[in-house]
Structure formats: structure tokens, C-alpha cells
Design a binder for this molecule. Structure first.
Ligand SMILES: Cc1ncc(COP(=O)(O)O)c(C=O)c1O
Length: 423
């Protein structure tokens, strides 16, 4: 497909699989690696504080289970037993989404820096110092702000409030009412902006720039968020290994990640690539109406979804992002295998299927990855990729990992309404 055909295809809301022409199988390290290494050390140090703040995180580690998806194999006739897995980030406690990984890390990292500057931490301090009265008094003078479609706001807002910060979340008026209500219950200030997610982020950023006591978590640019997401890689590799899955060039891993601005899938994907190199293949899955990584990467100069004539209207509120993160576009330029798109009808179908077959409670955004293996194995572009990378000969040795990214905290009535909707 040339660019014109691709745009027409996207405008017709027809699901597609686009292969990244800049893809290079081998991992190429970049400046962010030093920050990811730092995040690995920080996350060890933070385990004590995290286990006190949120006991549901076993041993203070921000992690969620890997689940077998064998029950879904009838929908994937090309795959065999134990080839299909789900990384169940929708079960991450308190925040209920993948956003806990980057969001909790960035807030705790900022808190540590403030505590250090104020002389509260010495070389031997443990992270419980961040929960002391002195730290609470310090944090109460500071504000943490974020612009969000909802789930990042929940992660940042709730962790900031737990530590005693003033917390402020900038959202589009269209963001889900229950997410706003939940944040307010936690003492978080919710500021609504007319327009889409990008405008909410820009407005939050501009307000924060005027106040030296406000720290803005920038979903479009933050390398700290990105590093927090990257920490997922070692956990998931260990979990797959414990399940007896071998991952190497002969036994490749294919990963399907729901994608909004790109931070969460970008950080996770980069972390996996950093560990597994050419043994892992990353596909981002975006709504047909909001494929911002696709419109940026497939155009000669990055474009937003409106420039492709798309309206950014989707049931997948967490993925309703018109313009991609530049950080992610740069860091993933050669690491990303491709982008796929999914229709709202298909999201609903998979949401209902995940509930019926596996009793999982997902939100529409979190169901995006399920189309991944089908598009890879059945579309002409997917088959082209398999042939180009020599994967078709090793199909039986592949492991397919679908990242389910949110939904466990969705109120029952809202979830029931998705089960009732025709798809
Ligand atoms: C449930 C869910 N999945 C995936 C994502 C995508 O993350 P990102 O916007 O960092 O690409 C989001 C973003 O809010 C989300 O809420």
C-alpha cells in the first residue's frame, strides 16, 4: 500500500497492519538506557515504601500476573496450546491499569529528589523516609500535575495524594465521569478542559510552568515515565520462563500493545527489545479513529490523526490521542515492527469474549491487543512480515503476548453496559 492508499484505508476505518520500513531487528541502545538502569536501582530501593503504601503489591514490586489464554485458542486456529498469553496489567492494584508502572515510578522518583534536596535522605536511608511526617510536611507544599485521558491521572493523582502532595489532573471534558469522580474521592483536584487529550496536556503544562512548586508529569515527553514502563520487561520475561516458554531468536516473542500517546507501549516495548533484541517483535495496536503513531510514522513528516482526515472519536477513551509522543517516535523508530488498527466493534467483541471465556473485566482500550495475532497471521502485510523475518518457518515455536492494559476498576454498571452493546 502506498501512502495515499494507506490514508484511504484508514479513513474507511478498515483495520490494517502497517509494517515499519525503518525496522531493524537488532536492538540499538540509546541515551535512555542509563535512565532505565537508574530506574532498576530506584525500584529496588522503593520496594519498602511501596509495600507500606500499597500492600497489594507483593514485596513492593509493581507487577501483575501473566495469564494463559488457551481458552481463546478457538479464535486463533493457527496457534497451539501455550502459545498465547496475556500480561494482565488491568489487574495492577489501586490504579487498575498499565499506567501504574510509569506513573507510580515518576511520582516516587520526584518525591525522592525533593526529599534529598531538603536533606531528609542520607546515603543509608531506606525509602520509608518518604512516608515520614517530615516528608509529608515537605510534600504538602508541592503540587504534582498531569494531563491525562484518565488512567495516567489515576496513577499519578492517587500516588501523589497518598504521599501528601497536592495533586491536580487535567482532563478533557469528554473523559469518563467515573474516573473523574474516583480521583475527586481521593482528594485529587480535577480540572476539565474543552477539546481533546492533547489540549488538556498542553493546558496543564502551561499552568505548571508558571508555578515553581508544581511538577508536571508530561505524558508526551517524560523519560521517567518511559523508564518506569520499561521495568515491565524483566518481570514478563521471568514469568514466561517460569511457564516453560523459551524466548530466543529460534523461539521468538510477538507482543501486541494497546497504544495511545505511545508512552506505555513504547517504554514496555523498548525494555523488551533491550533484553531480547531480534527475539522480540513489537506491534502497537491503535483505534481506527486515533492511530497517532501510524499517522506520525507513515507520513514523511510526523502528522496527527486529524491531518489524515480522522476524527479521534473512539470508545477506547485511553487511546483517544490525536498526536504521538515525540520521545517514543524517536526511541522506537527502528525497534517497532509495525502498527495495527482496530475498530470499536472489534474492541467490544473482544471485551465480551475476554469476559465470557476468561472472566476478565477489561475496558475497551485494554482489549485492543486481541486483534494482533489475527492480523499478523492472516493479513497480507502480516504474512509478508512473517516471511521477511523468517518467522513463518518457526511459527510453532513462537509465543504471542497480548497486553491487557486496564479495566479492573471500571464500575459494574459501566462494564455491564459494554456487555449489552451490540458489536
Ligand atoms: C487502558 C489503557 N491502555 C493503554 C493505554 C496506552 O498508553 P499510552 O497512552 O501511554 O500509549 C492507555 C492510556 O491511557 C490506557 O488507558
Amino acid at each position: 500500500m502506498n501512502l495515499e492508499q494507506l490514508i484511504q484505508h484508514a479513513q474507511a476505518h478498515r483495520p490494517l497492519c502497517w509494517l515499519n520500513p525503518h525496522y531493524q531487528p537488532a536492538f540499538s541502545p540509546s541515551w535512555i538506557d542509563a535512565q532505565i538502569q537508574q530506574a532498576e536501582q530506584d525500584s529496588e530501593w522503593l520496594t519498602t515504601a511501596i509495600s507500606h503504601l500499597i500492600p497489594a503489591f507483593t514485596k513492593g514490586r509493581i507487577q501483575a500476573p501473566l495469564l494463559s489464554a488457551n481458552a481463546l485458542l478457538p479464535y486463533y486456529p493457527d496457534l497451539q496450546s501455550d502459545q498465547l498469553w496475556l500480561q494482565a496489567d488491568h489487574l495492577l492494584p489501586v490504579a487498575g491499569s498499565v499506567k501504574a508502572r510509569g506513573g507510580f515510578y515518576e511520582v516516587l522518583q520526584h518525591a525522592s529528589q525533593l526529599a534529598q534536596q531538603a536533606g531528609l535522605l542520607s546515603a543509608n536511608s531506606d525509602s520509608l523516609t518518604l512516608l515520614s511526617d517530615a516528608a509529608k510536611q515537605l510534600f504538602a507544599q508541592h503540587r504534582i500535575a498531569v494531563g491525562s485521558t484518565g488512567n495516567l491521572g489515576m496513577a499519578i493523582g492517587i500516588m501523589a495524594a497518598l504521599l501528601g502532595f497536592q495533586a491536580e489532573v487535567h482532563m478533557s471534558v469528554e473523559a469518563k465521569a467515573w474516573k473523574k469522580a474516583r480521583l475527586r474521592q481521593h482528594g485529587v483536584k480535577v480540572i476539565e478542559h474543552s477539546g481533546d487529550y492533547s489540549r488538556a496536556v498542553a493546558a496543564g503544562r502551561a499552568l505548571a510552568e508558571q508555578d515553581p512548586f508544581t511538577y508536571f508529569v508530561d505524558d508526551e515527553r517524560s523519560s521517567s515515565l518511559f523508564s518506569g514502563y520499561a521495568l515491565a520487561a524483566d518481570q514478563v520475561i521471568q514469568a514466561l520462563t517460569e511457564q516453560g516458554r523459551r524466548i530466543d531468536s529460534e523461539h521468538p516473542l510477538l507482543v501486541y500493545l494497546p497504544c495511545g500517546v505511545g508512552g506505555a507501549p513504547g517504554g514496555i516495548g523498548y525494555g523488551l527489545k533491550r533484553r531480547l533484541g531480534d527475539a522480540v517483535h513489537l506491534f502497537f495496536v491503535e483505534p481506527c479513529a486515533s492511530p497517532c503513531i501510524l499517522t506520525a510514522m507513515a507520513s514523511p513528516q510526523p502528522q496527527d490523526v486529524y491531518q489524515w482526515g480522522l476524527d479521534n472519536q473512539t470508545l477506547a477513551d485511553g487511546l483517544a490521542v490525536p498526536a504521538a509522543s515525540e520521545l517514543v517516535l524517536t526511541l522506537l523508530k527502528t525497534q517497532l515492527s509495525g502498527c495495527m488498527t482496530v475498530s470499536d466493534a472489534s474492541l467490544l467483541l473482544w471485551l465480551q469474549c475476554a469476559y465470557q471465556q476468561l472472566q476478565l473485566q477489561l475496558e475497551p482500550s485494554a482489549a485492543a491487543g486481541f486483534v494482533g495475532p489475527q492480523l499478523l497471521l492472516n493479513s497480507p502485510e502480516g504474512r509478508q512480515y512473517l516471511a521477511q523475518q523468517g518467522l513463518d518457518a518457526r511459527l510453532k515455536q513462537t509465543t504471542h503476548l497480548i497486553w491487557t492494559t486496564g479495566g479492573s476498576l471500571v464500575p459494574e454498571n459501566e462494564f455491564q453496559s459494554w456487555l449489552q452493546l451490540p458489536n
